[in-house]
Each structure stands twice: as C-alpha cells, then as structure tokens.
Design a protein around this ligand. Structure first.
Ligand code: TYM
Length: 330
C-alpha cells in the first residue's frame, strides 16, 4: 500500500490554514493509505523555543490532530524527536545536498531576513531534515499546503542524488499531494499574505481552539474590498477569493460552485453564512480538543505507541541506507 508521510510543527496553535491545507486531507487519507503523521519538534527548535511551551504545544497539537479526526488505530501519530533515525538520516543526506540547492529556498530567505550571517545552521538545513522525515519511511505521497511545494521539490532532488551516487533505486521520489479548495489560506487581515502562526494579530487567523463568539467576530472583522458584491477573482480581489475558498473547503464543495452561488451577494450577508458554517464545523473540534487535553496520559500513550511503530519502519530503512553507503554496523 502507498505510504504517506506528513508533519506539522508544534509551535503555537493550529490554525485554519493547517487544517484546510493539510490536516483535513490527512484525515481523508488515513484509512486508504499507510499513513504516518508527525509532530515535528526537531523542526520547531530551528527557532528558539521555551522548553515548557514546546512540551505543552506538542501535546496540544497531538490533541488537535485527533480532535480533527485522526485515529491512532488507522494511522501512526508520533513526535519526531522520539525516533532518532530522523536526525541520523538527515546527517547522511546533508552529504548529498549542495549548498546551492539550499540557497534557493524561499522560506529560509524569508525567515532569516537580512541577518543571514546570524541565522542558524539548523534553520538552513531544515529542508534536508524534512527530506529525511519522508525518506526514512520510504513515503511516496506527502499531503501538504501549497507553501511546502518548494521543499518537496528539493526532497526529490536529494533522493535522486542519493540514488544516483550509488546507482540504486532505493529512495522513492516524494510526490506532493496538494488538494482541496483551500491549499493556501490567506490572512483575514491581508488577502495577499499567508495565514500563519507568526502573524502579530490574532485577528489575522482562525485558531482551531477559537470559541464560537471569537470565530464569528474574526470573520465579521475580516478585511473586505470596496466592490459591492462578491466574486471569485484571486488576482484583483484576494480577500473575497479567500473567504469563498474557506467556505468551499469547510463545506467540502468546489470553489467554483460556491462562487457561482454567492456571486453578487454583499460581504455582510456572506460573512454571516461563513460564520455559521465555521462554527458548525470547527466548534466540535475545539470541544473534542479540550476533552483530549484533560487526559494527558492518553496523549502520552498515543505518542509512545506511535513512536514504537514508526521506529520499526525507520530502523529497517536506515540500516539499508547505511549498508548501501558502506557504513559498518550490524
Ligand atoms: P507547518 O507546521 O508550517 O504547517 C503544517 C501544514 O499546514 C500547511 N499550511 C497551510 N496550508 C494552507 N494555507 C496556509 N495558510 C497554511 N499554513 C500552513 C503546511 O503546508 C503544512 O502542510 N515543514 C513543515 C512540516 C514538515 C513536513 C515534513 C511536512 C516537517 N517535515 C515532511 C511534510 C513532510 C511545516 O513547517 O509545516
């Protein structure tokens, strides 16, 4: 069966972009494929973290994934640092990754900003660790949001470089799976910027933990444009297009249909409908998340069990990679 791998960082709240761009798709795939979903704590530490907060966030994201519908009986849920093969394979793959490839990564450029010299090596090598995450399990399908596309192209290049170096067909080339009506959810305050955890304003994003009143208020305050009725025109009217795409993804409908049904409708009326739909679909997730977080022992059990199952797959692949490279071991 096709193996699927994807990951999410435990840095703060899960937001609607994570949910619609990735997690909703993970849930849809969990019974059809052999899926591993990883809380990538080793990626989180590429920027400074407060230890206690990292621990809490790891538990919270685990609860969020299950509240959104991931079932540990149908997929493997675990945190990355518990399976040491991620770091080990990342080192091996560092030795097949030219600096020029990493220099092209736009996410690094954005995060490092002008202070490239003080940016950390971990942040720079981040996409190699991401490649290791996927290749460690020989996963070939990777469901992600649009923003991860460049990293996945790099992972294909690195897998190819390894295979060519040893004339083997060992690592499968990872295939990005970017689907659904909202592969790039934009900020509610600026339709040209991505919704993200790091946005200074909480009104820019919808968190999976937001209660009904907060959801309604955030949607009501979402930026609009000055044209009289709605239309789907992402280039010219990004805010309207974003709200329509969010609606379509939440309703599981094609955006074209949602756009056709609401063309010409005023923003205020549409926002009312969107708020109702968001409350109906997201409030049960928030409630379930609170229940799960009240039982940390269960979350611990899921992560421990997930790590054990992940280990078993990882160890065999890592041993084979070592062997191909001529590294002595048992
Ligand atoms: P992260 O934690 O930033 O985001 C997790 C997932 O959510 C998607 N996403 C979005 N989708 C649509 N609109 C948005 N505004 C939005 N914001 C985030 C991301 O595309 C992602 O799928 N590097 C990854 C984690 C990772 C990973 C991996 C993913 C580590 N190793 C291996 C796949 C395979 C990241 O930082 O995701």
């Amino acid at each position: 069966m096709k193996r699927v791998f994807s990951g999410v960082q435990p840095t703060g709240n899960l937001h609607l972009g994570n949910y619609l761009g990735a997690i909703k798709n993970w849930v849809a795939m969990q019974r059809e494929y052999d899926c591993l979903y990883c809380i990538v704590d080793l990626h989180a530490i590429t920027v400074p973290q407060v230890p206690g907060e990292l621990t809490d966030n790891t538990r919270e994201v685990t609860a969020g994934l299950m509240a959104a519908g991931l079932d540990p009986a149908s997929c493997i849920i675990f945190n990355q640092s518990r399976v040491s093969g991620h770091a080990e394979l990342a080192w091996l793959l560092n030795c097949f990754t030219p600096l020029g490839w990493l220099n092209r990564m736009t996410q690094f450029k954005e995060k490092a900003g002008k202070r490239r010299d003080s940016a950390l090596l971990g942040l720079y090598a981040y996409p190699v660790l991401m490649t290791a995450d996927i290749l460690l399990y020989h996963a070939s399908a990777v469901p992600v949001g649009e923003d991860q596309k460049q990293h996945l192209e790099l992972s294909r290049d690195i897998a190819g470089a390894f295979n060519r170096a040893y004339d083997v067909d060992f690592f499968p080339l990872p295939e990005p799976m970017i689907f659904g009506a909202a592969t790039r959810v934009m900020s509610l305050r600026d339709g040209r910027r991505k919704m993200s955890k790091s946005d200074g304003s909480d009104y820019a994003r919808i968190n999976l933990t937001d209660d009904a009143d907060t959801l309604a208020l955030k949607i009501k305050r979402a930026k609009t444009d000055s044209e009289p009725g709605l239309a789907f025109d992402p280039e010219r009217r990004p805010e309207a297009a974003n709200l329509l795409s969010i609606y379509a993804a939440l309703a599981d409908e094609p955006v074209e249909r949602v756009a056709a049904e609401h063309t010409g409708m005023g923003f205020a009326d549409f926002k009312g409908r969107l708020a109702d739909l968001a409350i109906e679909t997201l409030s049960p997730i928030a409630a379930r998340m609170r229940e799960l977080l009240a039982d940390p022992a269960y979350i611990e059990e899921v992560l421990t069990d997930g790590a054990e199952r992940a280990h078993a797959i990882a160890d065999a692949n890592l041993a084979r990679a070592r062997q191909i490279m001529g590294l002595l071991g048992d």
